[in-house]
Design a protein around this ligand. Structure first.
Ligand code: ATP
Ligand code: MG
Length: 393
């Protein structure tokens, strides 16, 4: 018997037309996630198999690869029926249980015994050879799964939940507006889960924002990089734009106009970097700039889809997810980001688009945007070092 990791795809396997592309992408992502571990990988249309001498670390890393539905430790044997019986007995004889059930799946339809009969025969064999056990098909202590394939067979017990979703990058790329807050890392995680590879943009406003604030954002990007292989962060100096808006534009429109500038810059970065959407952490009603009227006034300036994965989540739901992906404790570190410093006392809740346009005509924003993009700093961030992986599981 060879001990082996079995990977099940779930949702992925319903995408018949581009399954080959999905699977080769998944394989590539798995290979990236297993850097530094010895392993072999093979796959077909329904399963991937990984043999390794480091099961624990392998499984911990696979849990963070999108497109994997379930992970199981299984045992590879020949599909000779007597070997299936003997191996089943060997696996079960030292386990503690009173009731059991055998489930058989037969992808090899030419196999001479059908699934029901295989389960029945193995069940009978186990009953004969292990004392004091019974079959319980409804609520067994243990389930033995048998999969019969063309050239071999697999035995396994329970599955471990994978992350689900689609392999990162099957949907192409998106640009995440990553602030140091709680919401945007969660938005990035959810977008990656749907198969979008992310790049990030962070707007900084030194000296009003600190190096610590920037490092915090980079640390969040590092946590997201675990799912994305690596993350490219575009750092845009927003100081000139922000100070000009602060000086020239009525205070209650400051946030609205600032966000319109962020959107404009993000759209240009998308076009330059082949990103098909902007992703951000806006959540309906959370702050003045996230009322539907505000979102409309802000969204108007771009001609590219904007997705807001946490738009309809309560703050508590977002916090739960942030804890799950281990970004929460970083997000709540108390370093101001560029919006919070300039935040007006009474931001407009229902901004008027004509006023936005009128106020923007007071400043030379096109040139400022041009300069900000010209001076962008790009940092590529790799996932957390290998020996830290286990700490966050
Ligand atoms: P978060 O918790 O993600 O910071 P928030 O509730 O503080 O969100 P806003 O500050 O209004 O809300 O920002 C809404 C979204 O705009 C953020 O989730 C993020 O996607 C983007 N954003 C805000 N500030 C920045 C920034 N400095 N750099 C990049 N993106 C930003
Ligand atoms: Mg914020």
């Amino acid at each position: 018997m060879e001990k082996i990791i079995i990977i099940k795809y779930g949702e992925l396997s319903t995408k018949k037309d581009n399954i080959n592309y999905f699977l080769s992408t998944l394989k590539k992502n798995i290979i990236n996630s297993l850097t530094g571990i010895n392993y072999d990988i093979t796959y077909d249309k329904s399963r991937m198999f990984i043999s390794t001498d480091n099961f624990l670390e392998c499984i911990n890393r696979l849990k963070k690869v999108f497109g994997i539905h379930k992970i199981t430790i299984g045992y590879k044997i020949s599909n000779e029926f007597s070997e299936i019986e003997n191996s089943s007995l060997e696996l079960l004889k030292d386990k503690e249980f009173k009731t059991f059930k055998v489930n058989t799946k037969r992808s090899n339809k030419k196999y001479p015994i059908n699934s029901m009969d295989i389960s029945r025969k193995i069940g009978a064999y186990l009953l004969k050879n292990i004392e004091n056990i019974n079959v319980d098909v409804h609520n067994p202590d243990i389930i033995l799964n048998v999969e019969i394939r063309i050239n071999d067979a697999y035995l396994y017990f329970e599955d471990i939940e994978g992350s689900g979703g689609y392999p990162v990058s099957v949907q192409g790329k998106g640009l995440l507006m990553l602030s140091g807050g709680i919401d945007s890392p969660v938005a990035g995680y959810l977008a990656m889960k749907r198969g979008i590879k992310i790049e990030c943009v962070y707007f900084e406003a030194p000296p009003h924002t600190s190096l610590e604030a920037k490092n915090k954002v980079l640390e969040l990007a590092r946590k997201l990089a675990i799912y994305n292989n690596e993350v490219k962060v575009h750092i845009i100096n927003f100081t000139e734009i922000e100070e000009t808006i602060y000086k020239e534009i009525p205070n209650n429109y400051l946030i609205t106009i600032m966000r319109r500038m962020m959107y404009r810059i993000s759209e240009i970065l998308c076009k330059r970097n082949n990103c098909k959407v902007i992703i951000n952490g806006e959540s309906i009603g959370q702050v003045a700039s996230q009322t539907l009227t505000s979102m409309n006034a802000i969204n108007r300036v771009v001609d590219i889809p904007v997705i807001r994965p946490v738009a309809c989540f309560d703050k508590l739901e977002i916090i739960n997810l942030a804890n799950k992906i281990d970004t929460y404790n970083t997000s709540i570190l108390p370093f101001e980001d560029c919006c919070t410093i300039f935040v007006p006392k009474h931001p407009v809740i229902n901004p008027d688009i004509n006023k936005c346009v009128e106020y923007e005509s007071l400043i030379d924003y096109k040139n400022m945007i041009y300069r900000a993009i010209k001076n962008e700093q790009v940092i590529k961030i790799k996932p957390i070092e290998e020996n830290k992986y286990t700490d966050i599981l």
